[in-house]
Design a protein around this ligand. Structure first.
Ligand SMILES: Cc1cc2nc3c(=O)[nH]c(=O)nc-3n(C[C@H](O)[C@H](O)[C@H](O)COP(=O)(O)O)c2cc1C
Length: 395
């Protein structure tokens, strides 16, 4: 009996290299072609074996080494999606939001990934480890994530070297650098000044991030007096930097979705006042509320992904109203399809960003959002994105 099985064993053994080789070619092809189904299924299997933070690390490494869709919908661009915001051209309005590439390790590959713009960070002046692990939790049923990284950052020095080296004239995809503060810094303005000096001349925009929920007291910087002081200092530093280098990045303010109405009013007044030099709003960061979420909902931290979608869209709507559409908004929170992006654009966003959808759909989500957004726009008779910005308010 045993002997009669030996030939089969031999065939099976000799087939292993062929099967392995075939498997590698198959997986390589599916990744390179950006197959949406393959990525979703592979990620759902991987999530059973890999914790949230390790998965994030692998994703950054894959991006860094260009293990991403090389052709297919990610690479397609659409006339409807070309847009000019802040006087700058974007090949499409779909960007990568902060937190994915915190240390700017994958900028060249991300510029080629199909995004219309990318944002790295948050970067703190000095390196810091962030909160103890575990600190990233996936909520698979909700396609959401709760994170309490707490600004783990390599600090401005190594990140600014990477940013300086990253400019690619063949892929001039706009780059934003999101600035955070060190946990133990008492006078916050100084930390943002350092960020401006380090990155100001090498990026297209800087983000004053006062909305991450995982750094104690950071969100207090959204209060009127604190914010006015912080923005005035940042603006002065940008002007000084311009005198020195001749270059001036745009200044964005990233806000929380958990603001009270009073704070929204105050912020609207501040950002529409030229004195503070704010060019755009990024709405929103993660939420400390727990709308609809299940699974790890009791973990402390900021919730992102699908359950954040309505909340962030509502804040976009409110801020567009309060600012009378005078200040461009980058809408972010729970975008995982073209329809989601379209909703935020009609609510008032000129550009959009995403992050958590990559956890569940991989990089092909970029191609999907662009393709579906083009369909949504054409279906409603818009010639381009800018015609649809804030359209809900005009009805
Ligand atoms: C794991 C993780 C880390 C993040 N880190 C940052 C960060 O360092 N700075 C920041 O401004 N936003 C950070 N964000 C928030 C995102 O940029 C984005 O505002 C938020 O996740 C909502 O978008 P999404 O639902 O598409 O993920 C992080 C989000 C996640 C999921």
């Amino acid at each position: 009996m045993i002997y009669s099985r030996l030939p089969l064993l031999y065939i099976t053994k000799s087939a292993i290299p062929t099967l392995l080789g075939g498997g590698i070619v198959f997986v390589g092809y599916e990744i390179a072609s950006g197959s949406e189904e393959f990525h979703k299924k592979a990620l759902s299997v991987a999530r059973d074996y890999i914790d949230g933070e390790t998965g994030h690390r692998y994703a950054v490494l894959m991006a860094k080494y260009g293990i991403m869709p090389l052709w297919g919908d990610n690479k397609k661009e659409y006339d409807t999606l070309k847009t000019t915001v802040f006087g700058r051209e974007f090949k499409n309005p779909v960007g990568l939001s902060a937190g994915f590439d915190k240390n700017g390790e994958a900028i060249p590959a991300l510029r080629k990934s199909g995004f219309g713009f990318i944002e790295i960070g948050s970067v703190t002046p000095r390196p810091q480890p962030g909160n103890p692990k575990p600190r990233v939790f996936r909520l698979d049923n909700d396609e959401a994530v709760i994170n309490r990284y707490g600004f783990n950052s390599q600090g401005v020095v190594p990140v600014s070297f990477r940013v300086k080296d990253s400019f690619d004239p063949l892929n001039p995809v706009p780059l934003g650098v999101n600035l955070g503060k060190n946990k133990d810094t008492v006078v916050a303005e100084g930390d943002y000044e350092i960020g401006v000096h380090q990155f100001g001349q090498f990026c297209d925009y800087l983000v004053v991030n006062v909305s991450s929920p995982n750094t104690p007291n950071l969100r207090d910087l959204q209060e009127k007096e604190n914010l006015e002081k912080l923005l005035l200092t940042t603006k002065k530093t940008i002007e000084l930097e311009k005198q020195l280098s001749g270059k001036q990045p745009l200044l964005m303010l990233k806000i929380s979705p958990d603001l009270y109405d009073d704070s929204k009013h105050d912020i609207a007044q501040i950002v529409t006042n030229k004195k503070y030099g704010v060019d755009g709003l990024i709405i929103s960061n993660t939420t400390v509320s727990r709308p609809f979420s299940t699974g790890n909902r009791d973990e402390v931290g900021g919730l992102s992904g699908r359950p954040l979608k309505q909340l962030s869209t509502q804040v976009i709507r409110d801020m567009y109203d309060l600012t009378k559409g005078k200040i461009p908004i980058i809408g972010v929170g729970g975008i995982s399809s073209g329809e989601d992006a379209y909703e935020k654009i009609r609510a008032g966003a000129s550009l959009v960003q995403l992050y958590t959808a990559i956890v569940y759909q991989g990089f092909p989500v970029i191609g999907r959002v662009k393709r579906e957004l083009d369909v949504c726009l054409r279906k409603d008779g818009f010639k381009n994105v800018s015609e649809a910005v804030g359209f809900d308010h005009k009805k």
